[in-house]
Ligand binder design. Structure first.
Ligand SMILES: [Zn+2]
Length: 163
């Protein structure tokens, strides 16, 4: 059986801003409107549930809130982008330009790029960490996370809950 949270209808969304090293429009700061969908796959309990859907939703919403209205910064190699900690915020050098962004506005992510695939993989692993204490891995075998970055562009990944 599968338990599904459909991102848009369930309000699992966040808006964020990022830039991608390189040329063209994506090299400048630009927004994305993300939607996160999650489904669990496994055997229901004696009570006929995989897990309480509101508990699942709560965890996904919290993650979305942490990403919402933030500037996302990935961990690019230093020859591509440098991020220095200054007194008032991060000084980011990329694409021959320098940005100074307040600490409060930036979410640094321990991932190599901000491609939707990398973002999706990161969110799936992060969600799994958060769900670990409340998810019964004897019954629930996997979780699929889909991250849509808008314009019909998305990535999805299925991760095992048994790790
Ligand atoms: Zn983008």
């Amino acid at each position: 059986m599968k338990l599904n949270l459909a991102g848009k209808d369930a309000g699992l969304t966040f808006e964020s801003v990022h830039l991608v090293p390189g040329r063209g429009g994506c090299s400048r700061l630009h927004p994305h409107f993300h939607t996160v969908s999650v489904s669990l796959d496994g055997e229901p309990s004696d009570r006929g549930m995989l897990m309480h859907i509101y508990r699942l939703k709560e965890v996904v919403i919290r993650l979305c809130q942490e990403f919402d209205h933030m500037v996302l910064v990935a961990n690019y190699p230093p020859e591509v982008m440098t991020v220095d900690e200054e007194e008032t915020g991060y000084k980011i050098n990329v694409n021959g330009k320098t940005y100074l962004l307040p600490y409060s506005d930036v979410l640094r992510l321990p991932i190599g790029t901000l491609n939707v695939e990398d973002l999706c993989q990161y969110m799936a692993e992060n969600l799994l960490d958060r769900l670990d204490p409340i998810l019964d891995a004897r019954r629930i075998v996997s979780m699929t996370v889909e991250v849509d970055e808008g314009n019909g562009q998305s990535a999805s990944v299925t991760v095992s809950t048994r790790r």
